[in-house]
Design a protein around this ligand. Structure first.
Ligand code: URA
Length: 248
């Protein structure tokens, strides 16, 4: 990436309009690699053309690294909606720094307000499209807590396929294993509305709690507490794409 004026660079990272970024610089809020910078036209090499961390700078003492694209994982808590215009609960975007909203970060697929676990977000339109499309048949693993016992019949029904209202064909779990008397790990390759809850209901049981632990080959980072987020690094993106073809 060619050198960029600091004003453009801050704007690209979501720190406000060009005018707002110019004002931040002139007011002395910005340092680049530890050196104060009050000239909006000063040029720097951003040091990254993708999601990798590049140039170090700070805004009002807060350290940042330039990233041409944003790829994130969030440990979604219960009681948050995956929407910019939530209806009954706060938006998950409140859990991210405001720059993420300004730079257009979106959820990749949605989790229900009461579902917890791994949520991916990005501002890379192609990436969002690729990973939210059902065509890719990305396996997603859910830890399901059930109202009634995780019986062999329930597991057999989910693996064989259940009829869902509005779906022309039965939908089958890609994998399903009991992990306790009332818990399952259920893997699905679609991303239909309330899919896990509807599948479990169609098989005669009821979801009491739902947690997504994995998308593709990428697991929720155990170091992330509920409500915390982190950047996805190159290794995470490689892991995400690393899953065996269906049926193997
Ligand atoms: N299936 C559901 O029913 N809810 C979710 O949040 C995700 C998958």
């Amino acid at each position: 990436m060619p050198a960029m004026q600091i004003e453009r660079l801050l704007h690209a990272q979501g720190f406000g309009s060009r005018k707002e970024c110019r004002a931040l610089i002139r007011a002395g809020y910005i340092s680049v690699a530890g050196v104060p910078c009050e000239n909006p036209a000063a040029e720097f090499d951003p040091g990254s053309t993708d999601g990798r961390p590049g140039l170090e700078f700070s805004v009002d003492g807060q350290p940042w690294r330039f990233r041409a694209q944003a790829y994130l994982m969030l440990h979604k808590p219960a009681g948050y909606e995956c929407s910019h215009k939530p209806t009954f609960h706060p938006s998950i975007f409140r859990l991210l720094p405001p720059q993420m909203l300004t730079r257009g970060v979106q959820c990749i697929g949605r989790l229900d307000q009461d579902t917890t676990g791994l949520l991916l977000l990005s501002d890379d339109g192609q990436f969002i499209h690729q990973w939210s499309s059902g065509k890719k048949r990305t396996p997603k693993v859910y830890e399901v807590t059930l109202k009634h016992a995780a019986s062999a019949e329930l597991i057999a029904a989910l693996l064989a396929g259940v009829e869902l209202h509005d779906e022309p064909e039965p939908i089958a779990a890609a994998a399903c294993v009991a992990t306790g008397s009332h818990t399952l790990d259920l893997t699905i390759c679609e991303g239909k509305y309330h899919q896990v809850k509807r599948m479990v209901a169609a098989a005669g049981n009821r979801v009491e709690a739902l947690h997504r632990s994995r998308v593709g080959g990428l697991a929720l980072d155990p170091a992330l507490a509920s409500g915390e987020w982190r950047w996805l690094e190159a290794e995470d993106l490689a892991r995400l794409a690393d899953f065996p073809p269906e049926g193997s």
